[in-house]
Design a protein around this ligand. Structure first.
Ligand SMILES: Cc1ncc(COP(=O)(O)O)c(C=O)c1O
Length: 393
């Protein structure tokens, strides 16, 4: 059967590959603990579940959610209240917000709405593995912008060659950052706006971990003066409210870019189930306490993990954002080989850094989204099996 040429460029999806490895090990009777995927297991807030159950009873919500093409006005108003409260950012529900089926959908439809075939698109390396396929699907060519530890994992915008910047249509970035846990700073966001303005580049700032910060300032790209002139921010209810399976998020910012996403969406997916939008309103309006509880939980898990790793000589400063820990691999192992070693000896699954880009090589990513007792078990296995290694400090 013929399939499209464009699919040949797309590598197997990282987490599908990892899931296969996990299933293989389970089939061999191994008690596998996956610290690979950032998918909270602690359940969504009860009031959100109740709001969905109630909204699902109303036949009005069983119809196409297309009466209000950019998502229900009530949902967009709730997003506007949330941005005001969270970030002190003002957004118009009329033309600066659209409901998404998650930030991942937003990446894809942003690319289809903005990138022309042959366009160069800047993308950080390491970076979320979803960006490149979205760029390829739109016919664009990704250009890697290194994100290095020595620069706090912020890209050096001045190192992007001016001919590349000139021909670039868009730039995908994400802070708090998956996989490194780095956060952005206000001066960096100011520089990013100036860079985008100077080179006429549309920014796709992916911020689904915006709430998952430890001691750092909660920052939106839209906090930077002029940001709305050059870009959109994607956000999501997946991570702050443990709602990964619900598939709901939002794109906010520049009306032309939001409109471009809307045009692609209205010809593609018809929007988010209204009952889920009602549940989303409940989360956004009343879920702050839930997010704080999750942050405290991740904070405790992070401390336990980092303390145990320190005992192994695997010292790591606590990352300021996300529920991931990004760790250098020991001498003699690249990221894939060390992940295989972890799986074989500890039955612990980690995400190999190389899957996030060339500059991710030499690192692995562990996620704190497992129950406490599973994390403790993973820690005790690693403590037992990894003591012979020399880890970079
Ligand atoms: C950087 C980044 N962007 C987007 C997503 C997808 O989020 P959503 O569940 O909102 O589609 C993820 C999920 O892990 C992510 O890490």
């Amino acid at each position: 059967m013929q399939t499209a040429e464009r699919l040949k460029k797309i590598p197997p999806y990282l987490f599908a590959t990892l899931r296969n490895k996990i299933n293989d090990a389970k089939a061999r009777g191994i008690d596998v603990i996956s610290l690979a995927i950032g998918d909270p297991v602690d359940g969504s807030p009860q009031p959100v579940i109740d709001a969905l159950a109630q909204a699902a009873q109303d036949p009005e919500n069983h119809r196409y959610p297309t009466d209000e093409e950019w998502g229900m006005l009530a949902f967009r108003q709730s997003v506007a209240r949330w941005y005001q409260r969270r970030y002190n950012v003002e957004l118009s529900p009329d033309n600066e917000i659209i409901a998404l089926i998650g930030a991942k959908e937003g990446c894809h439809h942003f690319a289809l709405g903005v990138v022309n075939p042959g366009d160069t698109v800047l993308v950080t390396d390491p970076g979320y593995p979803g960006y490149r396929p979205s760029i390829w699907f739109a016919g664009g060519e990704p250009y890697s912008v290194p994100m290095l530890e020595k620069n706090g994992y912020l890209p050096d915008l001045t190192s992007i060659p001016s001919d590349v910047a000139r021909k670039s249509a868009a730039f995908f970035l994400n802070y708090p950052n998956n996989p490194t846990g780095a956060v952005a700073t206000r001066p960096f966001l100011d520089d990013l706006v100036a860079f985008a303005r100077d080179h006429d580049i549309a920014i796709c700032y992916d911020n689904p971990y915006g709430d998952i910060v430890f001691g750092a300032e909660r920052l939106s790209f839209l906090n930077a003066p002029g940001a709305k002139e050059v870009g959109v921010e994607l956000n999501s209810l997946s991570k702050p409210y443990n709602m990964t399976g619900w598939r709901i998020g939002m794109a906010c910012g520049n009306p032309d870019l939001v409109g471009a996403i809307a045009k692609v969406k209205s010809n593609t997916d018809s929007g988010v189930f209204n009952a889920i939008q009602y549940a989303g309103i409940e989360a956004l309006d009343n879920g702050d306490g839930f997010t704080e509880q999750m942050l405290a939980l991740y904070g405790r898990r992070r401390e336990r993990l980092l303390e145990a790793l320190k005992q192994l000589g695997w010292e790591k400063e606590p990352p300021p954002g996300t529920f991931y820990v990004w760790l250098p691999t020991p001498e003699g192992y690249d990221s894939a080989a060390f992940c295989d070693y972890l799986l074989e000896t500890c039955a612990v699954v980690a995400a190999p850094g190389a899957a996030y880009g060339e500059n991710g090589e030499g690192y692995i990513r562990l996620s704190l989204t497992v129950p406490d007792e599973r994390l403790d078990e993973a820690i005790s296995r690693m403590t037992k099996h990894l003591s012979r290694f020399r880890f970079p400090g």
